[in-house]
Design a protein around this ligand. Structure first.
Ligand code: NI
Length: 196
């Protein structure tokens, strides 16, 4: 074979590998390995005891955080940061609904959440539900949670959970997320770009 033929064969192989790699990345994203499919339908119960579905929150952006009221520091920090960022928006904050969805429905009854959210923000809505409703909601937002096994903890058990703040658009579609520890000012800057 001539060098020229070898070059053509190698170039063709290279192209084929490149095309396969790009296709694999698309499949991975579509499969949910990426960020393409965060969010979707849920049915939960809010802190006043009313049943609420995901569709009830359309028409505004939503900032969504999954956690639990008994959480000693991770959830309070993330929620406080999220709500500081929201308030930084000034009048535009009205375009955003902040939501706190519990991953500990056994302890976080609507009554418990009512007191909890009131401590954070007058507009924060707390959502709980049956263990099954909560598990389905967490699944559509790709949130991980699990009870920490500790025989001595009793009713004071802790929960392991993802700590991510999601920003959804007014149609309930994923826009972006903020990882734990994102400074409120950084969040506010991004929110202003996406919400205003
Ligand atoms: Ni927490």
């Amino acid at each position: 074979m001539s060098d020229r033929k070898i070059t053509i064969i190698l170039a063709t192989l290279f192209m084929a590998v490149a095309v396969a790699a790009i296709a694999a990345v698309y499949v991975w994203r579509e499969d949910g390995g990426g960020i393409a499919r965060i969010g979707g339908a849920f049915t939960l119960v809010d802190h006043t005891g009313a049943e609420r579905s995901e569709a009830d929150f359309r028409g505004r952006h939503a900032l969504i955080y999954f956690g639990y009221s008994f959480c000693p520091d991770v959830c309070p920090t993330a929620l406080a940061d999220m709500l500081i960022a929201l308030d930084e928006l000034g009048p535009d904050a009205a375009r955003v609904q902040p939501l706190f969805i519990t991953i500990d429905p056994d302890r976080d009854t609507p009554a418990v959440l009512k007191d909890y959210v009131a401590n954070f923000h007058p507009r924060l809505v707390g959502l709980s539900g049956s263990p099954d409703q909560v598990s389905k909601a967490a699944r559509v937002y790709r949130v991980y949670y699990a009870r920490v096994e500790d025989p001595e903890a009793g009713e004071n058990y802790l929960m392991d959970h993802s700590s991510v703040i999601y920003l959804m658009d007014p149609d309930g579609r994923y826009l972006t997320h903020f990882s734990h520890g994102t400074a409120p000012q950084t969040m506010a800057k991004r929110l202003r770009e996406l919400v205003s």
